[in-house]
Design a protein around this ligand. Structure first.
Ligand SMILES: [Zn+2]
Length: 121
């Protein structure tokens, strides 16, 4: 992979990282407010939030932002792999993942063959 492509992908991953971190922060800080607005039970919810906010936000963590957390883990891992110089190396078979695949999916850690094998299990 040439340096220009790597720089482009790193820039993308770093912007994804900060976007996802912001998103998780917002979910944690404002999650219960957003939910109470949607349910139309503002007064009741606000009242309950005083006593039950800790429990409530834990439940929220497990549902709404699971995908965001998974994505964040994948982006962090991709950046670490880049730092270690193994970004383009399949973590399963050691073959090159391929520039086109990484451009299409910058968080990929396996070549297309291994990924297909993994998904068909
Ligand atoms: Zn592979």
């Amino acid at each position: 992979m040439d340096r220009t492509t790597e720089t482009m992908l790193r820039t993308f991953l770093e912007s994804e990282l900060s976007r996802l971190e912001t998103e998780i922060e917002e979910i944690e800080l404002e999650g219960h407010e957003a939910l109470s607005e949607a349910s139309g039970e503002n007064n009741y919810r606000d009242h309950m939030a005083d006593q039950g906010s800790a429990t409530f936000s834990r439940e929220l963590d497990m549902t709404l932002d699971d995908n965001v957390r998974d994505a964040l883990v994948a982006v962090r891992k991709a950046l670490v792999r880049m730092d270690e110089g193994v970004y383009d190396v399949c973590e399963r078979c050691g073959a090159p993942i391929g520039e086109e695949r990484l451009k299409a999916m910058p968080t990929a850690t396996m070549c297309i063959t291994c990924k297909a094998a993994e998904e068909s299990r």
